[in-house]
Ligand binder design. Structure first.
Ligand SMILES: C[S@@+](CC[C@H](N)C(=O)[O-])C[C@H]1O[C@@H](n2cnc3c(N)ncnc32)[C@H](O)[C@@H]1O
Length: 710
């Protein structure tokens, strides 16, 4: 018989429950404990231990502890619950990286029986002690009928002789009550209660649906593939499982069979269309970018339903930076190299506890892998120098994954950020004058894009990654030959004023410590070779220029000699030519001056400044400066970027200013300049489908849209 929780202890539980929240507060933001191995010993070889025998900060290898929750689980920093052992000793349980069923909503209910294998009693310096479970597979949530559950802890009477179909009915009931975990347990019990062949098929079909709902797509497929002559439902569910595993070609194959056999299934038709759309994206790299941009201003969380496209790139070893990404054929500036759906992605409000996105991302990664072990090899192969972990994939016939290994992978490979890339670009071009979509929420995201994570860093990168929701887009930032290593910028150290301060004991190149490398790009090398006096002067003048330009931008433009003098002084702090070492300190100066001259109706000065702006960032632009052919036809004059420099958000507006000014003095060059604005926009925003609508706004301004026909 089930025993109720002892009433006499109620007051104490309440006290402990309160304690739990205090405990959670004291663990908030606590770093991970030292890495420890997950339990790889089969359960049958473990022996039981009680709370009283646990030693502080010890991992009790070869042991397990049987616990019952006295409170519901609650999520504060980690998931916590008060638990007791069989003799009524009480302790906190602190769970990490567990599935949503444990984390969300009601979590684990009161009276749930659990096993923690090889328990670890962790006592942080200033906090309360707890059995801490970092590896999700070290926690086993027991079904009521599990033989390990003591009789007095059983919550319901389970007749030992239920028939398969009675278990199935129980499973259906749980499924309808949205308890997928319990439903799966019941169906599994049904399958081991000697069902007839036909009954087994129905049970598997039902269990597959419960697996689908709890995102266990591998397990759903296993059940469905065991059905010899798949029914309409079986085919539909199989197509769904394959879709969610991003196996779109196979999903379409199954849909084709389904459509032929059951042409009247309209839901299947629309799902088939969805799978075909994903397959087309995967194969062609053509995405509905405009719609995606619209979606991310409307939706939260910003998770999009799209495929991953791998363009002309491949992962290969590099001479000194581990693996890297290389082009497989020549590409042009702006070409799409990758458009990747995140493996896992989490968003939080900017005011949330800053570490929580990282903690949640780790949990999502762990859960996705545990639920779909076919994905484990691809993720654990990612860069993780510094922690090896055990290479055990399965214990007691259940997939396992080392949380500390995943944490290392997260730390070295995941990206985080705030604004969507388009918003960054809009802010850069228009400032905060209302052009930024008002509804775009301020969020912090953290996500893992496994293929993009193979790209190594360079401060002068030849590719740019941008994102729309959880889709990461990588485009070439200059023309690249075949077999060239693709690089991207992890962190913009050369724009960070603090990094440029020679008095502070940091140089840009050293700012990659967390990733374990020292950057040797041309910018970092030049920075280290530059006299300290030049660097401090550059920083000081840069701050002055920022201030002057900031005030100018807000009022009626009136460029003066002051800005030009400051810009020239900054230029003189660089020793090597800009075509070799781009001058990032001048990133904003010339483009803004160009814009101001254009507003002053002085196109020639505007063109001069815009071109200087490109040159300062390492560009070699041909055909841009006078003399221009007379007669307005342009005489076949071509504007040509002979060499691309650093691609920045601000340069889109600079190209538009150039186009605006050409309209007055060399009209044939205007559309050409605008085309370069579009390529630059494509690189820094990820797509150019929203280019026209962005620049149609305030067409009268020097950075407004020009050609009415576009
Ligand atoms: C996101 S991973 C990049 C892919 C990684 N090279 C791999 O083997 O999968 C980041 C790691 O790559 C290496 N790395 C990235 N950029 C580098 C650079 N410029 N120089 C040396 N190592 C670099 C560092 O070990 C860094 O921790």
């Amino acid at each position: 018989m089930a025993t109720p929780l002892p009433e006499a202890l109620e007051a104490r539980y309440l006290h402990d429950y309160k304690l739990m929240f205090e405990f959670a507060q004291s663990h908030k933001g606590e770093a991970l404990p030292p890495a420890y191995a997950l339990c790889t010993t089969p359960f049958e070889h473990l022996t039981k231990i009680k709370i009283d025998n646990l030693k502080v900060e010890a991992h009790h290898r070869g042991r397990y502890i049987l616990l019952r929750t006295l409170t519901p689980t609650a999520l504060v920093a980690a998931v916590g619950a008060v638990v007791e052992d069989e003799v009524g000793n009480v302790l906190m349980l602190q769970l990490h990286n567990q599935e949503s069923g444990v984390v969300d909503g009601a979590g684990l209910s009161v009276g749930q029986v659990l096993v923690v294998v090889e328990p670890y009693l962790h006592v942080p310096i200033d906090g309360h002690g707890a059995i801490r479970v970092d590896h999700p597979s070290d926690l086993r949530v027991l079904a009521d009928w599990d033989i390990t559950v003591p009789v007095q802890w059983r919550r319901q009477v389970v007749e030992s002789e239920l028939h398969a179909m009675q278990w199935k009915a129980k499973g259906n009931e749980a499924f309808n009550a949205l308890d997928s975990r319990f439903a799966i347990d019941c169906y599994t019990q049904a399958l081991s209660s000697s069902p007839s062949a036909d009954e087994a098929l129905t049970i598997k079909l039902n269990r597959a649906l419960a697996f689908l709902r709890s995102h266990q797509f591998d397990a759903a497929l296993r059940d469905l593939e065991a059905i010899p002559q798949p029914s309409e439902k079986a085919l539909f569910r199989k197509a769904q499982a394959l879709y969610h595993l991003q196996r779109f070609a196979e999903s379409c194959e199954v849909h084709r069979v389904l459509a032929k056999a059951f042409p009247g299934n309209t839901l299947a038709q629309s799902e088939f269309a969805r799978a075909k759309a994903r397959l087309a994206e995967q194969q062609t790299g053509v995405f509905p970018f405009k719609e995606m941009q619209r979606e991310v201003t409307r939706r939260s969380p910003l998770l999009l339903d799209h495929a991953t496209y791998v363009g002309p790139v491949a992962v290969r070893p590099t001479p000194s930076a581990g693996m890297g990404l290389f082009t497989t054929r020549p590409v042009k500036a702006g070409d799409l190299l990758i458009c990747e759906k995140a493996f896992a992605c989490t968003y939080m409000g900017v005011d949330d506890f800053p570490k929580s996105t990282q903690i949640e991302l780790l949990r999502l990664m762990a859960q996705k892998l545990l639920k779909n072990s076919s994905l484990i090899p691809g993720i654990i192969a990612l860069h993780h120098v510094g922690y090896e972990g055990d290479d055990v994939r399965e214990v007691d016939n259940t997939p396992v994954v080392d949380s500390f290994l995943l944490e290392r992978i997260r730390a070295l490979n995941a990206f985080g950020g705030s604004h969507p890339s388009r918003r960054e670009m809009l802010l850069e071009t228009w400032g905060s004058d209302g052009r930024v979509p008002a509804k775009t929420p301020d969020v912090i995201f953290a996500a893992l894009w496994p293929l993009v994570s193979r790209i190594n860093h360079s401060c002068h990168s030849n590719a740019v990654h941008t994102h729309i929701g959880d889709m990461m887009i990588v485009r070439a930032a200059r023309d690249l030959p075949a077999d060239m290593e693709v690089t991207a910028m992890y962190r913009s150290v050369h724009r960070d004023v603090d990094c440029l301060d020679p008095d502070i004991n940091s140089t840009p190149a050293l700012n990659f410590g967390h990733w374990g490398f020292r950057c040797t790009c041309i910018l970092c090398n030049d920075h280290e070779a530059s006299p300290a006096g030049n660097l401090s002067r550059r920083r000081e003048l840069g701050l002055q220029l920022g201030f002057v330009l900031g005030t100018l931008a807000d009022r009626v433009p009136n460029p003066t000699k002051l800005e030009e003098r400051l810009i020239n002084k900054i230029a003189s702090t660089y020793v090597r030519p800009a075509a070799e070492v781009p001058r990032l300190a001048l990133e904003k100066g010339y483009p803004l001056l160009a814009r101001l001259w254009a507003r002053q109706n002085n196109p020639r000065r505007a063109i001069e400044c815009a071109v200087k702006g490109f040159e300062a960032l390492g560009y070699v632009v041909e055909g841009a400066l006078p003399p221009y052919p007379s007669g307005g036809g342009g005489g076949g004059r071509r504007l040509r970027v002979k060499k691309w420099g650093v691609v920045t958000e601000g340069l889109v507006g600079c190209w538009m200013t150039l186009a605006h000014s050409y309209r007055k003095v060399a009209p044939a060059l205007a559309p050409q300049a605008q085309e370069f604005a579009k390529v630059t926009y494509r690189i820094v925003v990820g797509e150019d489908e929203t280019f026209a609508e962005t620049f149609a706004w305030r067409a009268d301004l020097p950075v407004g849209f020009l050609s009415p026909e576009r």
